[in-house]
Write a protein that binds this ligand. Structure first.
Ligand code: SAM
Ligand code: SF4
Length: 457
C-alpha cells in the first residue's frame, strides 16, 4: 500500500462513531482481554478513547498499570534533549523557532559547542541524548547533524544518541545510520490534513506526505529503530491517537517492526507563538487516558514523556505506562551552558534537577535506567521485538538497569538519592530469578564499585 493513503479520515471518524456505541460490558471485556498483552483492534481503541465513566476509567488504568509492570517491570529509561540549532525556515505556528519569530535569538552550535553541551548533560548523569534539530538547509543540514553526533560520541561518555529532525532523503538517512544513531524520531504533529496545512503554512514542512513517508525512507536506509507521535492539542486527540496507531500498525505489517517508541508531546506556550490558544485542549485527565490506551493497544512500544509536563502529572503517567522520561531538560541550543528564554522552543514545566526526578522515581518504586545496551549489542528492529514479545528482554534490561543506576549513584547522585538508591538496588537484585544472571550482576556491581564502567549484558 502507498504510505500516503494509510490515513483515511472518513474511516477514522467511522471507527470513533462505532467506538461510541460500545456498552459498559463490552468495554469491560476489552479491558480484561488487554491484559494478555496482545494489543487490541482500532475499533476497540476507539471505544477506550471515549470512556468517560469513572469506574471504567479506573479499570482501564489498572490494566495499563498491569501491562506496564508485566512488560517493563519498574524500569524507567532516562534521557535529556540536546538542541543543536534553533534556526528554521519553516513556520509551524506553534513553535518558538518558526521563521516568522524575528525576535528569537538564533544560534547554531559548532561541533565544539555541541560537545560542551553534551558534557554538561553527561555531568548530570545522563548517558542517552535526544539530539533535536531545527530545519535550515544552509545551517543545520545533514552534515551538521552527522558532525554533531560524531563529535559527541568521540568526546563524551554519551552512549546513545537518538535524533529528532526534519524528514530527509534516503541518501541522508544512510549518513545518519552510518554515524550510529539510536532511534530516529519524527512527529507527524497531526494526521489531520486540513489542520496540518493550517499549522504549517510555509517551508518544506508544509508537505504532509513528505513527512508521513519519512519513516519508510529511514527504513530503506537501514534505520530500524523509529519513533513517532503527534503534537497533542493541534487537533482532536481521539482522531490523532487512532491515526498514530494506524501508522504504527502499518509500519509493523510492512517492515515487521513497529515503531520503537511513541511520544506524547502536548502543546506548550512558546515564545512568540502564532497561536493565541490551544486549538484542541487536552486536559491532564485526557493525557492519562491517552497513555493508558497506547499502553494497552501497543504493549511493546515504548512511551516517551518529556518535561513539557508538570512534575506531579509525570509521576502519575509513569505508573500508567510511560517507559522513558527526559529530565533536567533545556530547549534552547546552548541551554545547559546558559539559559536564554528568548532562544527556547517552548516552556518546560518540570524544572526539577535530574537528581530530584530520580529520587522521586525511586521513592515511588521505579528503577531508573541509563542503559544503552540494546542498540550497541545490535538488539534493534525485528531482533528487539522478538525478544520483547517473548519477554526475554527482561533478562537483559533489568540487570542492565541495575548496573547503570549503580554508576549514576556512584558518579552523580546526592547523598540522599544514593542512600535510597542503594536500598533499591538491593531489592532489585532479589528479584532476579536466574541464579547465574544474579551472581554475574553482583560481580559486575563490585567491579563498578572498584571503578570499571559501562558493563552490560
Ligand atoms: N524541526 C524538526 C521538526 O519540526 O520535525 C525537529 C525538531 S522540533 C524542534 C521537535 C518537536 O517539537 C516538533 O516535532 C513538535 O512536535 C514539538 N514542538 C514544537 N513546538 C512545540 C510547542 N510549542 N510545545 C510542545 N512541543 C512543541
Ligand atoms: Fe522549525 Fe521544527 Fe519548530 Fe517547525 S517545529 S518551526 S520545523 S523547529
Amino acid at each position: 500500500m502507498d504510505t500516503t493513503k494509510i490515513i483515511n479520515e472518513k474511516e477514522i471518524m467511522e471507527l470513533l462513531e462505532k467506538g461510541k456505541k460500545y456498552s459498559k460490558n463490552e468495554i469491560l471485556n476489552i479491558i480484561e482481554k488487554s491484559r494478555d498483552c496482545f494489543g487490541i483492534t482500532f475499533e476497540e481503541a476507539a471505544a477506550l478513547l471515549q470512556i468517560e465513566d469513572d469506574e471504567l476509567l479506573e479499570k482501564m488504568f489498572d490494566a495499563a498499570r498491569y501491562i506496564k509492570e508485566k512488560i517493563y517491570g519498574n524500569r524507567i529509561v532516562v534521557f535529556a534533549p540536546l538542541y543543536t540549532s534553533n534556526e528554521c525556515t519553516n513556520n509551524c505556528l506553534y513553535c518558538g523557532f518558526r521563521s516568522a519569530n524575528k525576535e528569537l535569538h538564533r544560534r547554531t552550535l559548532s561541533a565544539d559547542e555541541v560537545v560542551k553541551e553534551a558534557k554538561a548533560i553527561e555531568a548530570q548523569g545522563h548517558k542517552r541524548i535526544l539530539m533535536v534539530c531545527g530545519e535550515d538547509e544552509r545551517k543545520t543540514d545533514i552534515e551538521h547533524i552527522v558532525n554533531s553526533v560524531k563529535a559527541v560520541y568521540e568526546n563524551v561518555d554519551i552512549r546513545r544518541i537518538n535524533v529528532n529532525s526534519a524528514p530527509m532523503t534516503v541518501e541522508d538517512f544512510k549518513k545518519l545510520k552510518k554515524v550510529g544513531i539510536g532511534t530516529y524520531q519524527i512527529f507527524q504533529e497531526t494526521y489531520h490534513r486540513e489542520t496540518y496545512k493550517k499549522m504549517h503554512p510555509s517551508g518544506s514542512k508544509s508537505d504532509y506526505d513528505w513527512r508521513l513517508t519519512a519513516l519508510d525512507r529511514a527504513f530503506e536506509a537501514g534505520i530500524d529503530d523509529l519513533g513517532i507521535g503527534v503534537l497533542l492539542g493541534l487537533y482532536d486527540y481521539k482522531f490523532d491517537v487512532l491515526a498514530t496507531l494506524i501508522h504504527s500498525d502499518y509500519l509493523d505489517n510492512k517492515y515487521h517492526v513497529g515503531p520503537h517508541t511513541i511520544s506524547i508531546p502536548r502543546l506548550r506556550p512558546a515564545f512568540n507563538s502564532a497561536l493565541s490558544e490551544v486549538p484542541y485542549p487536552v486536559s491532564d485527565h485526557d493525557l492519562k487516558k491517552i497513555v493508558a490506551v497506547y499502553r494497552i493497544a501497543v504493549p511493546y512500544t515504548g512511551i516517551i514523556l518529556s518535561t513539557r509536563e508538570s512534575a506531579k502529572l509525570r509521576d502519575e503517567l509513569l505508573e500508567l505506562g510511560v517507559s522513558q522520561i527526559s529530565a533536567g531538560s533545556k530547549t534552547n541550543p546552548g541551554g545547559y551552558e546558559e539559559d536564554d528564554s528568548e532562544a527556547t522552543q517552548f516552556e518546560t514545566s518540570d524544572e526539577r534537577s535530574v537528581d530530584e526526578v530520580i529520587r522521586v522515581a525511586v521513592n515511588q518504586g521505579h528503577l531508573p535506567s541509563f542503559c544503552t545496551a540494546c542498540y550497541r549489542a545490535k538488539r534493534t528492529g525485528e531482533a528487539f521485538m522478538e525478544l520483547a514479545k517473548d519477554a526475554h528482554i527482561h533478562e537483559f534490561c533489568h540487570p542492565n538497569a541495575i548496573l547503570t543506576f549503580k554508576e549514576y549513584l556512584l558518579d552523580h547522585a546526592s547523598t540522599q538519592t544514593k542512600d535510597e538508591g542503594e536500598k533499591l538496588i538491593e531489592r532489585e537484585l532479589n528479584k532476579i530469578v536466574d541464579r547465574k544472571i544474579k551472581d554475574e550482576t553482583i560481580q559486575r556491581l563490585e567491579r563498578i564499585e572498584k571503578g570499571e564502567r559501562d558493563l552490560y549484558f
